[in-house]
Design a protein around this ligand. Structure first.
Ligand code: ADP
Ligand code: MG
Length: 334
């Protein structure tokens, strides 16, 4: 059983960035307006994420890291949204299978914070001889998740990571995506013990301002807004596009579907095709695109590690978005 769980966990979390993405989504789902991330050794030694969201009830802590523990399916009909949000209640369980996991959390109604340590899905004593029960401690409202020594029990996988700077780059990329997307949430991400930050944003509700914080003024000064929707196909898309006279070295596509950062090679291809008709040979666009599709039409996480999405009527939806982008670019004279 344990071996099976460990294998399942290793399929969900193949690199530190997979764990971090899950933890960011949890913090966002908890209504946080501040999310601070500290990373050591590309996340392999330490991934710590501190939010100011709802916190977790003391009584829920013993089962927090059991598989399929989730507070996000309250009624039976909600099962439909499994297709939207993918595997439910697997993230913390998986992380506890392959790392040392400590959770410190305080809800608004609790008069103290509670800290607990997990291994293999269960509460464990922080030190030998101690009780495994959550311990009261000081703390502010919100949750701090500390993930240490990722893949400590699968040394071959641990050894496969040669460069921690490569992992850190992937982490900054994901944090940057959510920092642009999440209105009203301030993000920071830095290396442990260093003062310089990799990503630092404010809780601004202004999308261009968030792009400026993450991608710089040169990009932020050249974007135009974009919006298209279609009730028949059950979707809405909005975002920001670099204008026709501006380009970056590599296509930057920040794509969100139903609030989750995902990849779609077909959307990327169609955007590249539009811009290639007027950009210079080595010029590429910057595009932030957030698509909301009716939950029963989309399969965001076909598999947790596959960030590629599938949705119904994909070709038609992409065609409408592409036409909208084309029209918007043509309408703006820069
Ligand atoms: P899921 O997000 O699919 O529900 P997870 O394993 O990611 O599953 O998290 C399990 C549960 O733990 C969540 O449903 C939520 O109730 C709680 N939780 C996890 N992280 C946080 C957080 N940062 N703040 C508040 N609650 C959290
Ligand atoms: Mg989750």
């Amino acid at each position: 059983q344990n071996v099976v769980n460990k294998i399942a966990a290793g399929e969900i979390i193949v690199a530190p960035v997979n764990a971090l993405k899950e933890l960011i989504e949890n913090a966002v789902d908890a209504g946080s307006t501040s999310i601070e991330i500290v990373v050591k050794d590309g996340g392999l030694k330490l991934l710590q994420i501190t939010d100011n969201g709802s916190g977790i009830n003391r009584d829920d802590m013993p089962i927090l890291c059991e598989r399929f523990t989730t507070s996000k399916l309250k009624v039976f009909e909600d099962l439909e949204s499994i297709s939207t949000y993918g595997f439910r209640g697997e993230a913390l369980a998986s992380i506890s299978m392959i790392a040392h996991l400590t959770v410190t959390t305080k809800t608004k109604d609790s008069n103290c914070a509670w800290r607990a340590v997990y291994a293999d899905g269960k509460l464990v004593p922080p030190k030998p001889g101690q009780s495994a029960d959550p311990k009261p401690c000081a703390g502010r409202q919100g949750t701090q998740i500390t993930v240490e020594d990722l893949f400590y029990n699968t040394p071959s996988r641990r050894r496969a990571f040669r460069s921690s700077s490569e992992e850190y780059t992937k982490i900054l990329d994901v944090v940057g995506r959510y920092a642009v997307h999440c209105e009203g949430v301030a993000f920071s991400c830095k290396k442990h013990g260093e003062s310089g930050v990799g990503v630092a944003t404010t809780s601004s509700t202004n999308l261009v301002e968030r792009i400026r914080r993450v991608h710089g003024s040169s990009v932020a000064n050249e974007v135009i807004d974009f919006e298209v929707s279609n009730t028949g196909l059950g979707f809405k898309a909005k975002g920001m596009l670099s204008n026709a006279n501006y380009h970056v070295k590599k296509t930057t596509l920040l794509l969100f579907i139903n609030g989750r950062a995902v990849e779609s090679s077909s959307i990327k291809k169609s955007i590249d095709a539009i811009y290639s008709t007027f950009l210079p040979k080595h010029g590429h666009p910057f595009v932030y695109l957030s698509i909301d599709i009716e939950p029963d039409r989309v399969d965001v996480n076909v598999h947790p590690t596959k960030r590629e999405v599938n949705f119904l009527h994909e070709d038609e939806v992409i065609e409408i978005i592409a036409a909208g982008i084309q029209e918007r670019l043509a309408a703006v004279d820069t």
